[in-house]
Design a protein around this ligand. Structure first.
Ligand code: NAD
Length: 498
């Protein structure tokens, strides 16, 4: 059986003990094993990154960027291989996998601008014969811990930028679908990255705790579920580390009575059921303002949900693949059971879907609940599956109150033709990423990504300008070169330009 190994100091490094099974979610078969690092293995990666840092931090940003230019080309060249690796272990369709890779590549493109990004600021004559500037210096050894749902894109949110900023990086990918992540890291080695600048160490809580506790690791970027995000934030900051920890979500789409319904329905279909609902920006609640738009939505969307093309993600032309694991499938079905028990109206039931030829795959069909109320668990919790809940409200204000009261605040959107309503929504909604007639408002690479409330712990969002701030620390330098012959008497008043 193939073992997915670590990548430490530029070499594939076998594990020394525990391992986990990697499944093909379309068939339920175990296809590989992934090494689960112990503390000693993680220490090898930390030592490697530490040893690479002094040279890498002094490598000119333009040279670091050149590695990224070659990396981008390799990623594009190997798109089909990467998409297949993602699909085989995650279950998402090939087209969706290629889409996530493209969004990841945009972050590599942003990182190619390293010399521009790291220019800093300069003031000549800040005082008499005094020049002042701010320097953006790397932090040192930094680490990233990533979720299963974007095995290519989310790591690419982190390490290209961290690395061009002069840091050395340790990536702990999800143990559920590690192959594409490792393959991509190997492409970066091929692009000319010096050994030790990026290490990939697979593992579970043991590996993550080793990163949290290591004094050499100066910053942690985390993306995953809220309980783990909160754990990593509190344990990391307690130890004086810089931490950005992005968590779970429950994203609402508001449908105003004047919405362009056909477009809103198409948008909702993709946003609710794409990637089987396993996206942190997936729309899982449609908040309909008025019964008229709610009834019209149900009428239009039900046939489309029933017509979803569902199968093994590696087959072309599908809308949706399976969920990632048997546990994920059972959890989603459990939520559907709970929705029925708690009195929501189950309009489309995906629980009994069987895909011919893939009877052991982890499939759940597109599911729709109507008349969902805020105390139901299908409303309060992140289901992370192909389940859309309709909540009916009487006004935009009521819709906004509902969203603002929810514990998560990752993404949201409004469908309307009314500019005044859209403006009020953008202004007062307590959510980090907002779309107007855009269902998945994932910011482009030169803006930053992050939610509010319990969707993000920390101050800085991921990638883009916030990513640069996160992976650098500022140093303010004030410099004076007095003329040789001059001598100034000691001054005891606080220095100023006054
Ligand atoms: P997860 O929290 O289970 O795992 C994320 C990472 O944490 C993995 O690398 C995993 O190995 C590690 N981990 C798991 N349990 C741990 C523990 N007890 N201690 C230390 N580390 C642990 O998340 P997941 O199921 O892989 O991903 C889905 C979740 O991620 C969803 O909640 C989704 O909303 C969220 N997510 C959020 C964003 C965002 O940008 N906000 C993006 C993608 C996914």
């Amino acid at each position: 059986m193939t073992i997915v190994n670590h990548l430490i100091h530029g070499e594939l490094t076998p594990g020394t003990g525990r391992s986990a099974d990697v499944f093909n979610p379309s068939t339920g078969a175990i296809t590989k094993k992934v090494a689960l690092a112990d503390r000693a293995t993680m220490q090898l990666a930390i030592d490697s990154a530490k040893s690479a840092f002094p040279t890498w931090r002094n490598t000119p940003p333009a040279k670091r960027a050149q590695v990224m230019f070659r990396f981008k080309q390799l990623l594009e060249q190997h798109e089909a291989t990467i998409a297949k690796l993602i699909s085989e272990e995650h279950g998402k369709t090939l087209e969706d996998a290629a889409g996530e890779l493209k969004r990841g590549i945009e972050n590599v493109e942003f990182a190619c601008a390293a010399p521009e990004i790291l220019k800093g600021e300069y003031s000549r004559n800040a005082g008499p014969s005094i020049d002042a500037w701010s320097d953006m210096q790397p932090i040192g050894v930094v680490a990233g811990i990533t979720p299963f749902n974007f095995p290519a894109m989310v790591p690419l949110w982190m390490y290209p930028l961290a690395i061009v900023c002069g840091n050395c990086f340790i990536l702990k990918p999800s143990e559920r679908d590690p192959s594409s992540t490792l393959y991509i890291a190997q492409l970066l080695q091929e692009a000319g990255l010096p050994k030790g600048v990026l290490n990939v160490v697979h593992g579970d809580k043991v590996a993550v705790d080793a990163l949290i506790e290591a004094p050499e690791v100066k910053a942690l970027s985390f993306v995953g579920s809220t309980p783990i995000a909160e754990y990593i934030y509190s344990e990391g900051t307690k130890r004086g580390k810089r931490v950005q920890a992005l968590g779970g979500a429950k994203n609402h789409a508001v449908l105003m009575p004047d919405a362009d319904l056909d477009n809103a329905v198409s948008a909702l279909m993709g946003a609710a059921y794409g990637s089987c609902g396993e996206r942190c920006m997936a729309i899982s609640v449609a908040v309909c303002v008025g019964d008229q738009i709610a009834d019209a939505l149900v009428e239009k969307i039900v046939p489309q949900i029933k017509a979803l093309k569902i199968g093994a993600g590696t087959n072309c032309g599908l809308d949706m693949g399976p969920l990632v694991t048997a546990a994920a499938r059972d959890k989603v079905k459990g939520y559907i059971d709970a929705g029925v028990a708690q009195g929501a109206s189950l309009v489309v039931d995906g629980r009994d879907l069987v895909v011919a030829g893939h009877e052991n795959g982890y499939f759940v069909g597109g599911t729709l609940f109507d008349k969902v109320t805020p105390e139901m668990t299908i409303y309060t919790d992140e289901i992370f599956g192909p389940v859309l809940c309709i909540v009916r409200v009487g006004s935009l204000e009521e819709a906004m109150q509902l969203i603002n009261d929810h514990e998560y605040g990752n993404g949201t959107c409004i469908f309307t033709r009314d500019g005044e309503a859209a403006r009020l929504f953008c202004d007062e909604i307590e959510v980090g990423m907002v779309g107007v007639n855009v269902p998945l408002p994932v910011p482009v690479a030169y803006h930053s990504f992050g939610g509010w409330k319990r969707s993000l712990f920390g101050d800085l969002h991921a990638y883009g300008p916030d990513g640069v701030r996160f992976y650098t620390r500022k140093k303010a330098i004030t410099q004076r070169w007095p003329k040789r012959a001059s001598h100034e008497a000691a001054q005891f008043a606080f220095p100023s330009n006054g």
